[in-house]
Design a protein around this ligand. Structure first.
Ligand SMILES: [Zn+2]
Length: 315
């Protein structure tokens, strides 16, 4: 038994050694992990702490997470109060290795304030692309030999995100002005609304740490019924009960409210799907919003042709 075990360990050694050649990067949320993996290319192995459907506002580190942070050579997180429950663990590792708050690199005057700073900065691709220099800088610090490829990758991704930004603007901009209303469970879409001229109605506040009250739900239902908003959206990381309660409240007021599909708010979709990428997350959200509000998404720009072909996305 003991001999068999050590043989397995010996056989496992070569691939483990190959993986260990590259520095390890750990990102808290998928939106950072996806960008970091693209910028790093072959120069670092990037993994992500929180998977699809995980709510970063409430997330607490597991013992396995602490071990993963311990192993990583670089830890990337957003900051801006998003990973509230991780602050202590992140602080503990910051004394021993680079622990970089990507959100701190964003221009302060472009951050939206409400009850504190709105952390959902990835919702505006034009703002999110401004994290690329910080990501490239942190990764270059980790692998100085890779400075060339890292800079080239960052530039390519920047061009893709610029094109994504223009595509969303064209798609939302084609909706008639009164239809540009987005009703969601919590206020994750403030930056999206600001960037693309959508009026935002959120039942809950910026964070999911408190439940929406009956008064919140009734107030939103009244507003939506009066404005004749056709659809309301559910979010992948939020309990759909809040939205269901609002649809019922709107029905009591004589207004039929459709569910405009599921939006990715605080996490990307499943790994191995188009929605499991940052571009795919914004693309899927925009397509769902534009379609439910009675419009048609704009044709995809040439810069996104590679992404679309890779994932089999045709519109
Ligand atoms: Zn959120």
């Amino acid at each position: 038994m003991r001999a068999a075990l050590s043989l397995v360990m010996l056989l496992a050694l070569p691939s483990a050694a190959a993986a260990a050649d590259r520095p390890g990067v750990l990102a808290t949320i998928g939106m950072i992990g996806d960008l970091a993996a693209g910028v790093a290319g072959e120069c670092a192995a990037v993994s992500t702490l929180m998977g699809p459907g995980v709510d970063p506002h409430l997330y607490r580190a597991t013992p396995a997470d602490v071990r993963a942070m311990d192993r990583a050579d670089l830890v990337l997180y957003l900051g801006l109060g998003l990973e509230g429950q991780l602050a202590e663990v992140l602080g503990r590792f910051a004394a021993r290795k680079p622990v970089v708050a990507v959100g701190a690199a964003l221009p302060q005057d472009e951050l939206a304030a409400g009850d504190g700073v709105d952390p959902h900065v990835w919702m505006d691709p034009g703002l999110w692309r401004q994290t690329l220099p910080a990501l490239a800088g942190a990764l270059t610090g980790l692998t100085p030999d890779c400075a060339g490829p890292i800079a080239a990758n960052a530039e390519r991704i920047g061009a893709e995100l610029d094109a994504l930004d223009r595509w969303v603007a064209d798609s939302i901009g084609a909706l008639p002005e009164p239809a540009r209303v987005l009703v969601t469970a919590h206020d994750a879409f403030g930056y999206y609304g600001r960037a693309y001229g959508l009026r935002l109605v959120a039942i809950q506040g910026l964070s999911t740490e408190s439940e929406a009250s009956v008064a919140d739900i009734a107030g939103t239902a009244r507003l939506v019924a009066e404005a004749g908003v056709p659809a309301v959206f559910v979010e992948s990381t939020i309990n759909p009960r809040t939205i269901q309660a609002m649809i019922a409240a709107a029905r009591d007021l004589g207004h039929d409210l459709a569910v405009g599909g599921s939006l990715y708010s605080d996490a990307m979709g499943a790994e191995g799907t188009a929605e499991g990428t940052y571009i795919g997350m914004i693309h899927a959200n925009t397509r769902a919003i534009v379609t439910a509000l009675g419009g048609m998404p704009a044709p995809l720009p040439a810069e996104l042709a590679g992404w679309a072909a890779h994932w089999g996305v045709t519109e």
